[in-house]
Design a protein around this ligand. Structure first.
Ligand code: 8Y4
Length: 276
């Protein structure tokens, strides 16, 4: 097949929309749905091109959520956002039936921290003719991954894993253009592993799939800056600029407005054009 070389597109900003009960600290003044739609509107106003909607927190030691509970949390928000806003929506889930329901509702992207390794999830995506899937690397589960992460060569092992997962997708009939890769910062990695992954990100972008990175406010920054989650914006932006300079194409972030500006600025330099 002749590969048409498409003009390079500017990197995308994925805003994080958490629909987990603990993510709203307003004392339950509004329903979760009202809060989520208000947050969605804010993220879109700030310039997000994608909203990542997740119903199960996958932070270290987060407790798993039953499929029905996850569906009850995310589906009303997905449907409302898709109905209300002209925005791409990704669903952050590793469960096949949540993927199917989200695809049915019209989400354009599946964001799977388990890289379609959970039961029936690869099939759920292969059944769709056009949904994009982000395959992320993790070692272990949110309950176990930070106990004692160990690698011979974390960059090589992460790249090999993601290449194998991408091949499994290709073998299932998912077109290459529908596949993104993601090293999974913080998912079964020590701070040093995360630093090496970032410093050698070219190894991953060299596989020739769009690379998504999620470093926003993560514990790597706590280890470097010794600051709480609420004071990690500047560090998050520094990592995003580095990743963009190494070829990353999608940035997942809590802080959309700031990230939009560093994406525009970094891209202008890489293109040697102001973008007007
Ligand atoms: C759903 N999801 C997550 S949740 C973890 C998180 O944000 N922790 C966290 C957030 C703030 C502070 C500390 C930890 N991280 C990624 C990622 O890096 N890539 C992709 N594709 N999806 C992801």
């Amino acid at each position: 097949m002749t590969q048409t070389t498409l003009p390079p597109t500017a990197p995308l900003v994925m805003g994080i929309l958490n629909v987990t009960p603990d993510s709203f600290s307003d004392g339950g003044k509004y329903t979760i749905k009202d809060n989520a739609l208000r947050q969605a509107e804010q993220l879109i106003k700030e310039g997000a091109q994608i909203l990542d909607i997740g119903g199960e927190s996958t932070r270290p030691n987060a407790q798993p959520v039953e499929e029905q509970e996850e569906l009850a949390r995310v589906m009303p928000i997905i449907e409302a956002v898709l109905a209300e806003f002209p925005i791409l929506v990704s669903v952050d889930t590793y469960k096949a039936n949540v993927m199917r329901a989200a695809i049915q509702a019209g989400v354009q992207i599946i964001n799977d921290i388990a890289a379609l390794t959970e039961t029936d999830s690869l099939q759920a995506v292969a059944e769709s003719p056009n949904v994009t899937v982000c395959l992320m690397h993790k070692q272990g589960t949110p309950q176990t991954m930070q106990i004692n992460p160990t690698y011979e060569d974390v960059s090589r092992e992460v790249c090999d894993y993601l290449q194998a997962r991408a091949q499994a997708c290709l073998d299932a009939g998912i077109a290459k253009e529908r596949i993104w890769l993601d090293p999974g910062f913080g998912f079964g990695k020590t701070p040093e592993h995360n630093l090496q992954l970032m410093n050698r990100l070219e190894q991953l972008t060299a596989l020739n799939y769009p690379v998504l990175i999620g470093v926003s406010r993560k514990s790597l920054l706590g280890a470097v800056l010794h600051k709480p989650v609420t004071e990690r914006l500047y560090g998050s932006l520094a990592l995003a600029v580095l990743a963009l300079s190494k070829g990353a194409k999608i940035i997942r972030t809590h802080d959309v407005a700031a990230t939009v500006d560093i994406v525009k600025t970094t891209y202008a330099v890489l293109q040697e054009k102001t973008g007007d």
